[in-house]
Design a protein around this ligand. Structure first.
Ligand code: 4NP
Length: 147
């Protein structure tokens, strides 16, 4: 069993997309892994994902509508095994939250690149985010399954 947490700024665009894509892959691969997402910021706590991301994900058969935003907390580093930040700003905010004796690993989701924030852009930005996350999620799951 593995527990994965995906984190962005608002938990309404990028990390809900990662959450939904990961849960679909968990189902597809018959895994017993736990998946969740959170934001480093608290502005959107309790909100459903951005309707533009809900629509873009639905077009790929992924339902994000049940998700609700929450803020990342220090305990996430013991409740999860792996925490993945969508961009370097999220990563530095998470480092500030991370307890000294943290159990969870903390990494950029793309390893050495960022998932761009689509919030202020157009529809293409949301599709691009879904492309980036879908491709990386497959290789991440392959890697985690082998370790
Ligand atoms: P996310 O996108 O971090 O991918 O959920 C954003 C959502 C909201 C805001 C910024 C980014 N905001 O400033 O409210």
């Amino acid at each position: 069993m593995k527990r994965l947490l995906f984190v962005c700024l608002g938990n309404i665009c990028r990390s809900p997309a990662a959450d939904g894509i990961a849960k679909a892959l968990v189902d597809h691969r018959n895994l017993d892994w736990q998946i969740d997402s959170a934001g480093t910021g608290g502005w959107h706590v309790g909100d459903p994902p951005d309707p533009r991301m809900v629509e873009a994900a639905a077009a790929r058969g992924i339902d994000l509508s049940p998700l609700r935003a929450r803020q990342a907390i220090a305990r996430d580093f013991s409740d999860f095994d792996h925490v993945y930040a969508m961009d370097r700003s999220n990563l530095s905010n998470l480092r500030a939250l991370q307890p000294a004796d943290a159990h969870a690993s903390l990494d950029l989701f793309l390893g050495d690149a960022e998932v761009p924030d689509p919030y202020y852009g157009g529809k293409d930005g949301f599709d691009h985010v879904l492309d980036l996350i879908s491709a990386r999620m497959e290789t991440l799951f392959d890697h985690l399954t082998a370790t």
